[in-house]
Design a protein around this ligand. Structure first.
Ligand code: GLU
Length: 320
């Protein structure tokens, strides 16, 4: 069974979701990173990008905010591109943790395995396995180059955020050493941690995140630039990782109620992917107790419900 949806239906559903979610006010800015605590809480944006590059965008879609853990998606793609999805599975894993993003148990519970590149421990491990080993500047160029291909434009480090995170990331430091102790770190621990912290401090806007989501939905070709960012075989692998752990300990509830594989960051951004159909991004700084934006979640759910979309639905949806 299949069903067609038009661009106009998508635009109307997105505008409706944006308007209705604007009044959703629960949650708080991330408080444990001082820079994020001070971002204006009422900012809000929603952007949808289709495989032909058509973009529908609402609200503060050019406001530059901290990418935070949405960067884990990009660097997981880069690690799979440099090595292969199978080697990333072997060296890091792709399991659901059901745990908070900064849990040390994600290392210890799985036989010393960090379990997935989409939680802090696995993301630090992903930075450590990037090539070329021992060369932080070149690794950094690879991280930023990969994100530039995904976003369609180059992200810049928010220096104040980087300083704020570096001054307070004691738990992540301890995780880097714990990974080292268990032979799950593949380069210098503090260098790998610094790459991770720096990538979390990159500034992005909602349009760039929607372009990245649409690139994943479009088998690795960025619909805005027309350039291939990564091989098509990586798309289903990264979507499976997002689906299994994208909302940390709330992932199952999220997937059950939205039907949208997605990944959050404590800067307030969320990227969602409907394979073959569209990339969706939303941004708003107030978070729930797991670190997922409350208003962005509301907007994405409303959008999905209005169009009756979801990866588990039996009716296949195509663009008219
Ligand atoms: N930089 C943040 C941290 O390591 C990212 C957490 C997140 O966005 O979920 O704590």
């Amino acid at each position: 069974m299949s069903r067609l949806i038009t661009k106009q239906q998508i635009a109307e559903a997105a505008e409706n979701a944006y308007t209705m979610a604007r009044v959703v006010n629960g949650g708080h800015n991330a408080h444990y990173i001082p820079y994020l605590a001070n971002v204006p809480s009422d900012l809000f944006a929603l952007t949808i990008t289709l495989p032909d590059g058509t973009t529908f965008s609402y609200g503060d879609d050019e406001y530059v905010f901290g990418i935070e853990s949405v960067s884990k998606v990009a660097t997981a793609i880069l690690a799979m591109k440099q090595w292969s999805p199978e080697i990333v599975l072997e060296k890091i894993g792709a399991d659901a943790t059901g745990l908070p993003f900064s849990s040390v148990f994600s290392i210890l519970l799985e036989n010393d395995h960090p379990t997935t590149p989409l939680v802090n421990a696995g993301a630090i491990a992903a930075c450590s396995m990037l090539k070329p080993f021992g060369k932080p500047d070149e690794k950094w160029q690879a991280i930023v180059g990969n994100m530039t291909a995904l976003f369609g434009s180059e992200p810049q480090v928010l220096k104040e955020l980087y300083r704020s995170e570096s001054d307070t990331n004691y738990k992540n430091r301890s995780m880097a050493w714990l990974l080292k102790k268990h032979d799950r770190l593949y380069d210098d621990p503090m260098m790998s941690l610094d790459l991770y912290t720096r990538q979390c401090s990159l500034g992005v806007n909602c349009r760039q995140l929607a372009a990245m989501a649409a690139t994943i939905a479009n088998d690795g070709v960025n619909p805005v630039t027309g350039d291939r960012a990564f091989p098509a075989e990586i798309s289903p692998k990264i979507v499976s990782m997002m689906a299994s752990v994208g909302f940390y300990q709330h992932t199952g509830d999220w997937l059950f109620s939205s039907g949208l594989p997605a990944k959050t960051g404590v800067g307030g951004g969320i990227v969602g992917v409907l394979p073959g159909l569209m990339g969706i991004a939303a941004f708003s700084p107030r978070l729930d107790d797991a670190g997922n934006s409350v208003r962005a979640q509301a907007a994405l759910k409303l959008f999905m419900q209005t169009l009756d979309l979801g990866i588990f639905n039996t009716t296949q949806v195509e663009l008219a």
